[in-house]
Design a protein around this ligand. Structure first.
Ligand SMILES: *Cc1c(COP(=O)(O)O)cnc(C)c1O
Length: 374
């Protein structure tokens, strides 16, 4: 049986005609750069996300960089970021001459730990980059309160959680990425809303800040050849927008398909003593960019090997916490015990929009077979 972490070919086959027509439209128009397809996609995304101002850009890492550039921070200012995340969230902080400060994550949700965040704040702290890891929102209600109290900018890295809902204690809902000053996302092919190359976007609530973000992504200009601030060149390709514009219509279906895969895993794996299945938080829906279990008792790598021998892929996101990366060897970090533990325990199982029960049964039986030995 052929099992992949993601299956983009089968997904494409189902909507091939629509996608091909959309891409052909761009080619026929030859509007390859910032054409009407890009603004059409931005408008549709704006409606889906519930945020007025969408600025598209070249990828999710650029989106984070542009977000930080728009906040007028000064060299040496500290920016708090979780220790347990993809490197992009922290790399852009250092790249801009700012100081990443790594804080711990929660052992249950994998997202930023509120106490660790609080204790990392100093007079030098100017911003927080929060990451909604694996598809579930961090505790935004607490984080928004802290950001407000301490006068900190808040950037939400929504690369893994596009479409997830945060549920406030008064019952109101907001999409991931729309609650802080700026939300960023990535359309990398394997992301929940992925294109056929690179792509990214920023969600900005404040109109003036949005204009600045837009200028930065476009060489610091709002009028051609008039450069008011230092910017960069970061554009969403029109062909990628053509793909995204079609796939956005199916995003909720894709999320539901992922949720049923997760449901299947939950039911099948929940009674295995050494496995902890993902938590379902009361304050966030889960869009399952990853289905990530914790494997206890030091068995993670053995299980991974056992599965791979049966042709079942699995991945470790992330094997080395950021504070231990050479690139960040001089950076400050809080007590990051959970992050350390998780790097040894997490295992992400195959999850995508095209998985069937036969594949899921095969994977789960293999996992049960492995644990029968212990
Ligand atoms: C994928 C990802 C990014 C970077 O996106 P690119 O489009 O690859 O630059 C940033 N942050 C997180 C959490 C991601 O998962």
């Amino acid at each position: 049986m052929k099992i992949k972490m993601v299956d983009l070919k089968l997904q494409y086959d189902k909507i091939k005609e629509e996608l091909d027509a959309s891409m052909q439209e761009v080619i026929d128009s030859t509007s390859f750069i910032n054409g009407p397809m890009v603004s059409k996609f931005a408008d549709n995304l704006s409606e889906y996300i519930g945020c007025e101002n969408i600025v598209t850009c070249a990828n999710g890492t650029d989106a984070l960089q542009i977000a930080l550039m728009a906040l007028d921070l000064k060299a040496g200012d500290e920016v708090i970021v979780p220790d347990f995340t993809y490197v992009a969230s922290a790399e852009v902080i250092a790249l801009l001459g700012l100081k990443p400060v790594f804080v711990d994550c929660r052992s249950d949700s994998f997202n930023i730990d509120i106490d660790s965040l609080r204790s990392a704040i100093t007079y030098k702290t100017k911003a927080i980059v929060v990451v909604h890891l694996y598809g579930q929102c961090a505790d935004m209600e607490s984080i928004l309160t802290i950001a407000k109290e301490s006068g900190l900018f808040l950037i939400e890295d929504t690369a893994q959680a596009i479409g997830a809902d945060f549920i406030f204690s008064n019952g109101s809902k907001a999409k991931a990425g729309t609650m802080g000053d700026i939300g960023t996302t990535s359309f990398f092919p394997s992301k929940n809303l992925g294109c056929y190359g690179d792509g990214g976007a920023l969600f900005v609530n404040d109109k003036n800040l949005a204009n600045k973000v837009k200028m930065i992504a476009n060489h610091g200009q709002s009028v051609k050849y008039k450069h008011d601030i230092i910017g960069c060149n970061s554009r969403l390709d029109s062909l990628q927008a053509a793909v995204l514009n079609v796939k956005l219509k199916y995003l909720n279906d894709y999320i539901e398909a992922r949720q049923s895969v997760a449901d299947f895993y939950d039911k099948s794996l929940r009674d295995i003593y050494s496995i902890i299945t993902p938590v379902n938080l009361r304050f966030s829906t889960h869009v399952y960019h990853q289905y990530t279990i914790k494997v206890l008792n030091g068995l993670r790598d053995d299980l991974k090997l056992f599965l791979s021998e049966k042709g079942i892929p699995s991945m470790v996101y992330y094997p080395i916490p950021l504070h231990r990366q050479l690139a960040f060897k001089d950076c400050k970090f809080e007590n990051v015990n959970n992050s350390e533990d998780l790097s040894k325990e997490v295992l992400s199982l195959p999850i995508h929009t095209e998985m069937n029960e036969e594949q899921l049964n095969f994977i789960c039986s293999a996992i049960h077979e492995f644990f029968e030995r212990y």
